[in-house]
Design a protein around this ligand. Structure first.
Ligand code: MRU
Length: 354
């Protein structure tokens, strides 16, 4: 496991995150002490990856309500929580963990008020802080369980390809797609080769996956996204494994742009394609992937090379969808902390998680 810490409650008065926009050049930890800082950190991807966004949102909401007057009215406090949660919910649209965590925090507050007549605002704030910490701790356990289950599936695949970053830096610790690799490493198993797609435009695969695997002492080879087909055609890659930002009730999976292409290439070469995600990434209210909101990000991410050199002339338009949807028919199995789910997904997801 890498020594890099994605997110934790700092020793001071706020949340400590590693600023992922600076990786791999600089490892800088920053303290987030206001909800506005957390909103900005999520929006510009200082903290990123669906589970980490959920954890960040929970702590962010706590930061946004902790200064409310302890002697105020409890109903006003509940409305304040709702309003602050609505604000954070607009930071990014696709990763359902953001909404899941905010709903969980709001429900915690409402339940406390309903069940405890004389609860005071101070106690409610403490409860919200505890819930944020619980979300972080649960994520650790979920990643470990995904790692154990996933390792059983991929242990005979000596060469694995992954896309974007679904590792420790996208979660609290082990990650989802990278968790089986870390668990294998802990058990003394070594994979011959891990290919990381660079993942244009923001290069999460090259900058972040390659960094955390190298930090953990796991050899990794970065390829440009457009090399995945020829690498898979060589017959070296024995399994692909990716994370998810939102999984619909039928198993259609939204993940970083380019994932769908990887799944198509894998299918064309009879390579198993696995999705690894915690139950908090499923959105059973979405019947299929067509309903999943896809974030579109700014022109500059495509039109400038790493925020600097111009790569697209001013006269050309840019389209920058940040995610795509892989149809469930291309997914061999979905690895969750509650076990591995195989097709047919609609029935099996409902049975396992419904
Ligand atoms: O835009 P990002 O970097 O937040 O996108 C991240 C991904 O697409 C990850 O694969 C996904 O969130 C799963 S993280 C365990």
């Amino acid at each position: 496991m890498s020594r890099l810490k994605t997110i934790e409650w700092g020793s001071g008065n706020g949340v400590r995150i590693i600023d992922q926009t600076l990786l791999p050049e600089r490892i800088l930890y920053i303290d987030i002490v206001t909800i506005d800082q957390m909103y900005e950190a999520i929006k510009v991807l200082r903290v990123r990856g669906a589970p980490a966004i959920g954890i960040a949102a929970a702590f962010g909401l706590y930061l946004g309500v902790r200064d409310f007057d302890d002697n105020g009215n409890i109903r006003d406090f509940l409305s304040h929580i709702e309003e602050r949660a609505n604000y954070l919910a607009t930071a990014r649209p696709t990763a359902v963990n953001l909404f899941w965590a905010l709903d969980r925090m709001k429900n915690t507050a409402r339940d406390c008020v309903e069940k405890t007549d004389d609860i005071c605002i101070y106690a409610l704030k403490t409860r919200l802080f505890d819930e944020s910490c619980a979300i972080l701790e649960e994520d650790r356990r979920m990643c470990r369980a995904i790692g154990e289950a996933g390792f059983e599936l991929i242990k005979d695949a000596d060469c694995i390809l992954t896309h974007c970053n679904a590792g420790g830096l996208a979660t609290s610790e082990l990650g989802t797609a990278l968790a089986p690799i870390y668990v294998g490493h802990e058990k003394g198993h070594s994979f011959r080769m891990i290919f990381a797609d660079e993942t244009r435009p923001l290069l999460q695969g090259a900058r972040i996956t390659a960094l955390e695997l190298s930090e953990a002492g796991i050899p990794v080879t970065v390829i440009c996204d457009n090399m995945a087909a020829s690498v898979m055609a060589t017959g070296q890659v024995k399994a692909c494994i990716v994370g998810a930002d939102r999984i619909a009730a039928n198993g259609d999976t939204a993940n970083k742009i380019g994932t769908y292409g990887v799944a198509l290439i894998a299918a064309a070469h009879n390579i198993p394609f696995y999705v690894a995600a915690p139950s908090s990434t499923f959105d059973l209210a979405m019947p299929d992937g067509a309903h999943i909101p896809i974030e579109e990000r700014g022109r500059e991410e495509v039109a400038q090379w790493c925020g600097g050199k111009k790569t697209v002339p001013d006269g050309a338009a840019v389209f920058n969808p940040s995610f795509d949807v892989t149809p469930c028919r291309l997914i061999t199995a979905i690895i969750t902390e509650k076990g591995t789910i195989f097709p047919p997904y609609t029935e099996n997801i409902a049975a396992r998680l419904g």
